[in-house]
Design a protein around this ligand. Structure first.
Ligand code: GLU
Length: 505
């Protein structure tokens, strides 16, 4: 019987979650849901120096905002908790001990200063210092020193670490679900530190122990962890445990296509690289987030899903449910995926069009308040209905249609020059008169009435329609002019028509 699928997202709370981390979480979530499995959140906070206040809450809020809540994790205890590594400390010591006992790990007493000096000497010779089989017997560790000496040093409280004893002259073979079979020469591996004298494990030990104890079946993570894979495979073997399956997701590349996407790219080109806004607790610096910039989580998720994965068809629009159905880890690409900030806008535009006018109006309401306009659900929804096809974000509606809330203060100079001629005032005042006598102020009826008047007076549309639009909007933009007339209503329409005649004369 195959084991039930359990995957984990294992971020370190060192700051806001990068958009690449969100993609990793998403692929884990999709894989879990696709296979009826469990999505675990594990907080890898063993490095206390890098711990940042608020980062864990940020990670959890981000997952929730994206619509991919975890099944087990901090605050949602399952049978495999605790889910914060800092709360599992005692476990790691025990497992480091097991490796020592089995001869797969050893104590090393070399101080950071000594190692730095060695590194320098190697560099001067044009070599790179690697702590492993080729020199470990000449260094200060439990393989080179006598047992008594080792015991004495530990008792004395000397600085020590526990290192993994990586094998010599071996081909380490493993398979990655994205990259296929790989082989690494063990001679190039260094004896990684697994445990430090502060009583804390390093990432490698804690990660392997937890993945095993939490019965993780598939490790899906970013490509930057691929160089650790040989060590991880060796660690599973050293413990005598079956290793999970691995899938390393391709890098997310800069918009220009070369190199890994960084926060600086976002700052330079003006797009967020974080899902939610983040205020750095130390510097108080604020980093933009997709949520606050007006993106729909559906757009962010849809966009991220296609960064490094493809459905094998031309389909681009996927709801979360559709993604779960379509997701197949075998269709994750090996090569890096270029981050295209215009494409995510395209998705947002799509989801804005799909959204209920009421939902968009509510989002727009916040922008209206900023401009001192009291939101009015009914009216705002109609504005949304007229304008949303031109918008990428709900906030765009203000630039697109502030005239629905405020009479124009000025008239576009170029448009005025082009459309306001000698007789225009006379026509506009007459049309205003016709409209004053019109009961039914629907778009259809006002259009009929005004067009009939134009025909009767043997005028061209160009003599009336552009100045009419200019009077209502202040510029040559906007939806169908009679839709604007209907929404503004009789009083406001007439007032604006009169005002333009006063101003442009
Ligand atoms: N804590 C690691 C990170 O921050 C986890 C890597 C992994 O998934 O193994 O990404």
């Amino acid at each position: 019987m195959t084991k039930p699928v359990r995957v984990r997202f294992a971020p370190s709370p060192t700051g806001p979650l990068h958009i690449g981390g969100v993609r990793t979480a998403l692929f884990n979530y999709l894989f879990a849901k696709k296979h009826g499995g469990t999505f675990v959140l594990r907080i890898e906070d063993t490095d206390q120096n890098r711990y940042v206040e608020g980062a864990e809450e940020y990670i959890i809020s981000s997952l929730n905002w994206c619509g991919m809540p975890f099944d087990e994790g901090p605050g949602k205890e399952g049978s495999f908790g605790p889910y914060r590594q800092s709360e599992r400390k005692s476990l790691y010591q025990k497992y480091a001990g097991i490796l020592l006992e089995k001869g797969h790990a050893y104590y090393a007493f070399d101080t950071p200063e000594e190692l730095n000096a060695l590194r320098k000497t190697y560099e001067e010779k044009g070599d790179t210092f690697i702590y492993n089989w080729h020199n470990r017997n000449e260094l200060q560790n439990s393989l080179s020193l006598s047992q008594d000496e080792v015991n004495a040093r530990i008792e004395r409280g000397d600085h020590y670490v526990i290192r993994f004893k990586s094998p010599q002259d071996e081909k380490v073979r493993f398979t990655d679900l994205v990259r296929g079979s790989m082989e690494i020469d063990s001679n190039v591996l260094d004896d990684k530190i697994l445990f430090k004298s502060d009583g804390m494990p390093t990432y490698h030990l804690a990660n392997i122990v937890d993945d095993h104890l939490m019965e993780i079946t598939h490790v899906i993570r970013g490509e930057e962890w691929l160089p650790s894979l040989a060590l991880h495979v060796l660690l599973y073997r050293a413990f005598g445990w079956d290793s999970p399956e691995f899938a390393h997701l391709p890098l997310i590349l800069k918009p220009a296509g070369k190199g890994k996407l960084s926060k600086r790219d976002g700052d330079k080109l003006g797009f967020p690289v974080f899902p939610l806004e983040w205020k750095d607790p130390a510097s108080q610096e604020i980093s933009k987030g997709y949520r606050e910039e007006g993106y729909f989580p559906e757009a962010v998720v849809n966009f991220l899903a296609l960064l490094g994965w493809n459905p094998g068809t031309d389909q681009e629009i996927f709801s979360m449910e559709a993604l779960i159905n379509a997701f197949d880890i075998a269709r994750v690409n090996k090569s890096g995926a270029r981050f295209d900030p215009d494409k995510i806008k395209w998705f947002n535009q799509h989801y804005l069009q799909e959204s209920d006018n009421g939902v968009v109006a509510e989002l727009f309401g916040k922008e209206l308040e900023k401009h001192g306009v009291e939101p009015d659900a009914d009216y705002d929804q109609k504005v949304v209905g007229l304008l949303k096809e031109r918008a990428v974000f709900a906030n765009d509606l203000w630039d697109l249609g502030s005239y629905f809330y405020q009479a124009p203060e000025a008239y576009d100079a170029k448009a005025s020059k082009k459309s306001w001629k000698e007789n225009t005032k006379e026509y506009i005042l007459k049309v205003a008169e016709v409209l004053r006598n019109t009961e039914d102020f629907s778009s259809e009826n006002t259009e009929k009435v005004v067009k009939a008047w134009i025909a009767e007076n043997e005028l061209g549309f160009g003599q009336v329609m552009p100045p009419l639009r200019l009077s209502l909007v202040g510029a040559m933009k906007g939806p169908h002019v009679f839709d604007i007339v209907e929404l503004l209503g009789k009083d406001e329409t007439l007032a604006r028509m009169k005002k333009i005649c006063d101003v442009l004369g």
